[in-house]
Design a protein around this ligand. Structure first.
Ligand code: C2E
Ligand code: MG
Ligand code: MG
Length: 624
């Protein structure tokens, strides 16, 4: 009587699922208007409950497919069905009584939104399509703009090309100028010389005129670069170029043909005196001090001269002969010029012959060693020896080191030669050692190229080991300029030799590019003051100043000093007074054969014995 009551019964089972407990839980609820409202709210659908028993007319109100469904339905369990109109979808759920008879049914209706979805999709699709079309239009526009710009550029370039073509003559001239001139000094270069000299010579030939070709090379220019950097080196080259131009006359041509090499062509120069005068003027102009990093620096140069037509009728021969003369000037001690003479050609050939002879001599007895004593200037006693290579050729006789050392250095033969000298020295020391003599250190001269070979310290080590000689008995002399060439590599090498116990001397000190500050960074033990300063020490105030300067500086840097080439007692005395520790020179002894050294070593041992005895006596005296 109260309306429809929905109920459910649930059997209560054991929580371990082993079976039923025998009890049933029973729920029931009236399906009233408030319940239907709750369904509407929770489902958000327009739900309705229609009771069939009360309103048998429902069959008339429900849709046709509902009627057929109702008539065919068993009414078991919640059942859903759908019926569709064009604008909405309808859903039904049948409610049956316990006997299975239909009692009521739920209905709900939902608006169809497929059309809406279709419209939305269509709009979306069209929007995307429109955006795509706009984007491609933009890209097309950009491409067209770019194409137009590149057309414009192309056209500009073409017009420029036309411009360039029309200016070809001018440009060709400019190019020729660039090719035939040196960028740094703006002087004509080697190509200019090669291209123009033949023309000039044929013109001179027609006019029966002469020409002087002066080949100039700055002495030790590499040292400037190494010590002060390439920037400074370039600046110096520019200064020299300007000076050469100033010192020449209008019809002369000044060229820079390579790094530190210049050529001056002086056409129509009359006679040898005029040529010499020009050469002097040029050398003086170059030599004038240049300020390099605040320090004044004199730059001597060497020069070789060849004269047309007597020294050569074509450019190539003239250049070759000027070069030979330049070589000769360098041989004469640099800072001078030499005029080509036909016997110089012979000398060049001689140089080649000498090289071949030396190659054969290296491993023979022709090369041997002489020893020049170095003495303690205070006591006059032997301090050490310098080993000097000697070459006795079967036909040529004695060849002086001044001649064969440069040949050996240029050809690379110096490497093998020095190794031979080192071995001979070590063998000699070993002989003296076996004879029970007191040893004195022997210094071997080492050329810079030796340090290009990393094996040198190993070689020395192996030789010393073989002869059982302590490496501290072998020292090495390295020229000052050698240090400048490849410092870091040399330093490693020299550190290794020093580590073994050898002493290192800087040879011919004062003749290189004397940036003295570098001395303190080098791993050396002693400085050998070059003989050119010693020679004038008594007469030339500047020589004396230089020598005393070197001694003072060496003392501050804890370096020993050796004066080379002492020839008079006066020089020895002066050097002793100046505080120079050691001396070497003809005044004490000339380089001598090993057999003669033996006497000196014996004498040294005797003096040492006497000194010891005297010291003992002095001690005894004090003690008693
Ligand atoms: P250096 O190393 O400066 O050797 C000293 C040179 O001065 C030697 O010339 C020596 O004989 C000479 N001398 C010594 N005392 C006097 C003196 O009182 N007055 C004069 N006027 N000269 C003196 P030498 O033997 O002709 O050697 C010349 C150069 O050849 C050496 O100069 C050295 O640079 C090089 N040299 C010699 N032997 C070798 C060597 O085995 N290897 C290398 N790389 N160079 C060597
Ligand atoms: Mg030496
Ligand atoms: Mg020397």
């Amino acid at each position: 009587a109260d309306g429809l009551l929905a109920f459910s019964a649930v059997e209560i089972r054991r929580s371990d699922k082993s079976g039923a407990t025998g009890a049933v839980m029973f729920f029931a609820r009236f399906l009233r208007a408030d319940e239907i409202e709750r369904v509407r709210q929770t489902s958000r659908l327009p739900a309705n409950l229609t009771v069939i028993a009360e309103r048998p007319a429902a069959q008339a109100t429900g849709p046709r497919n509902l009627q057929s469904w109702l008539s065919g339905s068993t009414g078991e369990g919640p059942l859903d069905a759908a019926a569709s109109g064009p604008d909405s979808v309808m859903g039904y759920a049948l409610v049956s009584d316990v006997g299975g008879r239909p009692l009521a049914y739920f209905t709900t209706e939902h608006e169809r939104d497929v059309g809406q979805l279709g419209r939305r999709t269509t709009w979306g699709l069209m929007g995307t399509l429109a955006a795509l079309m706009i984007a491609s239009a933009c890209a097309l526009l950009a491409m067209m703009l770019r194409l137009r710009r590149s057309w414009a550029e192309h056209a500009a370039l073409q017009s420029e090309h036309r411009h360039v073509l029309s200016d070809l003559d001018q440009n060709q001239n400019r190019l020729a100028h660039l090719i035939e001139h040196d960028e740094l000094t703006e002087l004509p270069n080697r190509r200019y010389l090669d291209a123009r000299l033949p023309q000039l010579l044929s013109r001179l030939q027609a006019q029966r005129q002469s020409l002087a070709l002066l080949h100039i090379d700055i002495d030790n220019f590499k040292n400037v670069n190494d010590a002060s950097g390439h920037g400074q080196g370039d600046a110096v080259l520019k200064i020299i170029a300007r000076r050469l131009c100033t010192a020449t006359s209008a019809q002369d041509v000044v060229l820079r043909i390579s790094g530190d090499e210049f050529v001056v062509i002086a056409p129509d120069i009359e006679g040898a005196t005029a040529t010499r005068k020009l050469a002097d003027r040029l050398l003086t102009a170059i030599r004038g001090p240049v300020s390099l990093g605040g320090l004044p620096l004199a730059l001597p140069a060497s020069m070789g001269i060849a004269v047309y037509p007597q020294d050569g009728s074509d450019g190539e021969t003239l250049l070759k002969h000027a070069d030979i003369a330049l070589h000769e000037a360098k041989q004469r001690g640099r800072d001078c010029f030499a005029v080509f003479a036909s016997d110089m050609n012979v000398q060049v050939n001689e140089h080649l012959a000498l090289e071949q002879a030396l190659r054969r001599a290296i491993d023979s007895d022709q090369i041997y060693v002489e020893y020049q004593p170095v003495v303690d200037l205070q006591t006059g006693l032997l301090a050490s020896f310098e080993a000097l290579a000697r070459w006795r050729h079967p036909e040529l006789g004695m060849v002086s080191p001044g001649r064969f050392i440069p040949v050996a250095e240029k050809s690379g033969l110096i490497v093998a030669m020095t190794e031979r000298v080192v071995r001979q020295v070590i063998a000699q020391l070993s002989e003296w050692q076996r004879a029970g003599l007191l040893l004195a250190p022997v210094a071997v001269n080492v050329a810079p190229i030796q340090f290009e070979r990393t094996e040198f310290p190993n070689f020395v080590h192996a030789a010393a080991l073989e002869y059982d000689i302590d490496p501290r008995w072998i020292s090495f002399e390295v020229t000052e300029s050698a240090w400048m060439q490849n410092s870091s590599k040399h330093v490693v090498m020299i550190d290794t030799l020093r580590h073994e116990g050898s002493r290192i001397y800087i040879d011919d000190f004062g003749t290189g590019f004397s940036n003295l500050s570098y001395l303190k960074t080098l791993p050396v033990d002693a400085v050998k003051i070059d003989q050119s300063f010693i020679r004038g020490i008594e007469t030339d105030a500047s020589d004396e100043a230089i020598v005393s300067g070197i001694i003072a500086m060496s003392r501050q840097l804890n370096l020993l000093t050796v004066a080379e080439g002492i020839e008079t007692a006066g020089q020895a005395q002066l050097l002793r007074r100046m505080g120079c520790r050691y001396g070497q020179g003809y005044h004490f002894a000339k380089p001598m054969a090993a057999e003669k050294c033996q006497a000196l070593l014996e004498q040294l041992a005797a003096v040492q014995r006497v000194t010891e005895t005297m010291t003992m006596r002095a001690f005894k005296k004090v003690a008693t």
